[in-house]
Design a protein around this ligand. Structure first.
Ligand code: FES
Ligand code: FES
Length: 159
């Protein structure tokens, strides 16, 4: 089948098998910023935004994304450089396997909710992003910073 969507703000059209995941289709067409970890929905490496929802692209059928707006870490880094900056400043960027997923999760936490700079809530949210190499403290710090910054911006715009 043919799948056409808006990928990171640009038109994308590619073929996909009926049971192919969005992750597999994107990577097969060269969009390798989306990473494959477990392939079964537990590691968070493949996180993307589809139609305003944060999803695991390894569990999301490519065909279901037809007509949708899809954002990967690559596109979010361009449109919201503050998120990548916050992760970099906190030295929270980890290896190439988990970092794209962490970035998408950070963006989703701040922009789609819960959006509160509360450590327990952040750690709970990031339980779906597995990394064997970190204590998550720097990630929590970065997410808190983004929540505070976005909160200040929202208060400023409603003033
Ligand atoms: Fe999708 Fe692990 S590769 S959650
Ligand atoms: Fe990526 Fe640990 S730094 S899995």
């Amino acid at each position: 089948m043919r799948v056409s969507l808006q990928l990171n703000g640009e038109t994308f059209s590619g073929d996909a098998d009926g049971d192919e995941s969005l992750l597999a289709m994107l990577r097969r067409h060269g969009h390798t910023a989306v990473k494959e970890g477990c392939g079964v929905g537990v590691c968070g490496a493949c996180g993307v935004i589809v139609g305003g929802s944060y999803v695991s692209s390894c569990l999301y059928l490519a065909g279901l994304a037809d007509g949708a707006e899809v954002w990967t870490a690559e596109g979010l880094s361009r449109t919201d450089p503050e998120t990548a900056d916050a992760l970099a400043v906190a030295e929270a960027l980890q290896c190439g396997a988990c970092s794209p997923g962490q970035l998408v999760a950070c963006w989703a936490y701040v922009h789609l909710g819960p959006g509160v700079p509360d450590e327990e809530t952040i750690r709970h949210f990031f339980a779906g992003n597995l990394c064997r190499c970190t204590g998550y403290s720097t990630i929590v710090e970065a997410v808190k910073a983004r929540c505070v910054a976005e909160g200040s911006r929202a208060r400023g715009s409603s003033a």
